[in-house]
Write a protein that binds this ligand. Structure first.
Ligand SMILES: *Cc1c(COP(=O)(O)O)cnc(C)c1O
Length: 370
């Protein structure tokens, strides 16, 4: 699905050198590389504060802690997403309120969000799924009207841009109160281990997030609140500093591969290629299409036999996951997410796909589908 080795080989000397420098410096934790990466990412995102942390799941958890969310508070998010989003809501004793998604864009459906709001609702977590932004125009409007926090899960969409109706443009993750991302190796900006970051334009949240990420500590060994230990280590920061300048090029390569796929599949009425969210660019963390009247399991077997990987993101919506089942949810309740779970398939997507590979993949795919 991804080719991390080829990508690494192109910047190997640079990366190896910077990793060796960290090793020789012995500044393994909170070294200058972390501070410099923070500043460079702030500049790239045009955001006032970046708080680097250990992974994208911690980033979400700390965002909810910094906003002062308390047990019993309701947090609305999509039922069609990676589990991390709902996991941290539940772990903090908050109540995850799952809602259905748009059948074409796969994003949190603003109308469903509005219907799910109660007096206990405190926050909305739009997930910028597969590489484009959720409908932020509508979500920000709803949040404002109902006085709710917005936490953007940007793990899959770093580098995407969103343009509002009034013409203002912002990077994914910088529109809500807090944005979070992950540097897991296969993400669009991946390190060589675990890593994550939190973004905010708000000074107060930034200060709080830095304290929470460091054991709730302001002065060494004085703990004003309960925090966690969540740091980006210096080696990962050094690697990310070498990769960040290439992020736009990586994303452009992904877009090129996606366009190749979409052009090849355009004529097939059994294949629904990815729909665009109005106002958003797409950085194609995944290339995910919908199939109609195709035996998906057989198709995947056919592709695998030819050495082509294919995955289902995601096979089970959260409301049907064992861990998240409660009285509020039944099968059939979120028909769009359930339909998507049965229809979607994701093809290899990364920055190193060449025409020969893309031709082989699309031809093999159509051979089965047509
Ligand atoms: C990857 C991912 C996360 C979690 O990131 P980790 O760094 O693996 O903890 C959260 N949300 C979404 C949508 C993701 O894809």
């Amino acid at each position: 699905m991804v080719d991390l080795v080829s990508q690494y080989e192109k910047i190997q000397e640079d990366v190896d050198q910077s990793v060796l420098e960290v090793i020789r410096s012995s500044a393994y934790i909170n070294g200058p590389e972390v501070k410099n990466f923070q500043k460079e990412l702030e500049e790239y995102l045009k955001v006032k504060h970046v708080i680097p942390c250990a992974n994208g799941t911690d980033a979400l958890q700390m965002a909810m802690m910094a906003l002062g969310l308390k047990p019993g508070d309701e947090v609305i998010t999509a039922t069609f997403t990676f589990v991390a989003t709902a996991e941290v809501i539940a772990l903090l004793g908050l109540t995850p309120v799952l809602v259905d998604v748009d059948p074409d864009t796969f994003m949190l459906d603003p109308q469903e969000v509005e219907k799910a709001i109660t007096p206990k609702t405190k926050a909305i977590v739009p997930v910028h799924l597969f590489g484009q932004c959720a409908d932020m125009e509508a979500i920000m409007k709803i949040a404002k009207e109902h006085n709710l926090f917005v936490i953007e899960d940007t793990a899959q969409a770093i580098g995407a841009d969103y343009t509002f109706a009034d013409g203002t443009t912002a990077k994914a993750g910088t529109m809500g109160d807090i944005g979070t991302t992950s540097f897991f190796p296969s993400k669009n900006l991946g390190c060589f281990g675990d890593g994550g970051a939190i973004f905010t334009q708000n000074d107060e949240y930034a200060e709080k997030l830095r304290v929470i990420a460091n054991h709730g500590m302001t002065v060494r060994y004085y703990h004003d609140e309960i925090g966690v230990n969540s740091r980006l280590d210096s080696i990962q920061a050094a690697i990310l500093r070498k990769k960040l300048p290439h992020l736009d090029t990586y994303n452009a390569s992904r877009k090129r591969a996606a366009d190749f796929y979409s052009d090849a599949f355009a004529a097939s009425d059994k294949i629904k290629t990815p729909a665009k969210v109005k106002g958003s660019t797409h950085v194609f963390h995944q290339y995910t299409l919908k199939l109609e009247d195709v035996d998906r399991a057989e198709l995947i077997e056919h592709l695998n036999r030819k050495g082509i990987p294919a995955m289902i993101y995601y096979p089970v919506p959260l409301h049907m996951q064992k861990a998240y089942q409660d009285d509020r949810y039944t099968e059939g309740q979120f028909p769009v997410a359930e339909m998507l779970a049965s229809q979607v398939i994701s093809l290899p997507m990364h920055s190193e796909l060449d025409d020969e590979q893309l031709t082989f993949i699309t031809e093999s795919f159509l051979e089965f589908v047509n």
